[in-house]
Design a protein around this ligand. Structure first.
Ligand code: GUN
Length: 287
């Protein structure tokens, strides 16, 4: 059996087109252009690429994107002052501070400082709490993108056993909450999980979000399972740089029913969901 490929690029293009359509309507009917402020502190090369993509795609979707690039030596107080200013700016509906931050800045303090109504990452404790209570809120972009791919791939999620590999605040934990709301049976695994391969063998849905190249092997997969690879790992093999996921694609594609490629799977959905969250935040600001 060869798995069908889940085309994240195509799904993301459709989502971006929907956002663009709705942003145009918002502008025409209410004179409101959703604004997304993106803050990058320092010059991490991977973060630089992500931020450039976010700014470009926001503009293409008809959003106003406001980029703030600050030097590495920016103090925590200076960053908090910028967030305070963006919180009070009526032209800014969404605020994203690219992570990771330089070591001298307390990430948690920064996340707490963002107004929950503008927290398009869904990282503020108020939004995290609302998600875990099953209430409407701004949902973290990567897990929401994964959920949209699953809904498009499977006829129903109800009662399926989902095994998530990785318990990060950005992906693993919110993913578990979202899948519980979809009536999945959820197992959240991590680096201390005993006999991980056996746990994954019971999964109808596998979500790998752990940052370890090709950790999930072909013989871990129940035949026909749906496998979502959130990993983006930069490796050098035979002197060539590659992007590889957390799933050993060449093995798993022979066993799974459906699988996301890396790149071109989950990655494009993350930014599309960020644009969607900015639109939702702007709609909320109309009262
Ligand atoms: N760095 C890696 N992923 C993310 C994300 O989803 N949001 C932010 N703000 N920073 C990130």
């Amino acid at each position: 059996m060869t798995a069908s490929l889940i085309d994240g690029k195509a799904h993301a293009a459709k989502l971006r087109a929907d956002v663009r359509h709705q942003a145009t309507r918002l502008l025409q009917e209410y004179g409101l252009q959703p604004g997304l402020a993106i803050v990058l502190v320092g010059s991490d090369p991977a973060s630089d690429v992500y931020v450039r993509n976010k700014v470009r795609q926001a503009a293409e979707a008809g959003l106003a994107s406001l980029e703030h690039r600050l030097p590495t030596e920016t103090s925590e107080a200076e960053l908090l002052a910028l967030i305070e200013q963006l919180n009070g700016d009526p032209a800014v509906h969404g605020i994203l501070v690219q992570l990771p931050l330089p070591a001298h800045i307390n990430e948690s303090k920064v996340i707490h400082a963002i107004a929950p109504s503008k927290d398009v990452d869904g990282f503020h404790p108020i939004n995290v709490g609302q998600l875990s209570a099953g209430q409407e809120t701004l949902i973290p972009c990567t897990p929401y993108g994964v959920l949209l791919l699953l809904r498009n791939t499977l006829p129903s999620l109800e009662g399926l056993h989902a095994v998530i590999v990785g318990r990060s605040n950005i992906v693993g934990k919110p993913m578990a909450q979202l899948l519980l709301s979809e009536h999945c049976t959820v197992t959240l695994t991590h680096s201390r999980t005993r006999n991980l391969a056996n746990v994954v063998r019971g999964a109808d849905i596998v979500i790998a979000a752990v940052g370890k190249p090709r950790l999930v092997r072909g013989d871990w997969i129940k035949p026909g399972a749906c496998v979502i690879d959130v990993g983006i790992n930069r490796v050098v093999e035979n002197g060539e740089p590659y992007l590889v996921g957390d799933v050993a694609f060449n093995e798993v594609v022979e066993i799974a029913g459906a699988i996301t490629p890396v790149p071109g799977g989950v990655g494009p959905m993350t930014i599309a969901c960020l644009l969607r969250n900015t639109l939702i935040a702007a709609c909320g600001s109309r009262g």
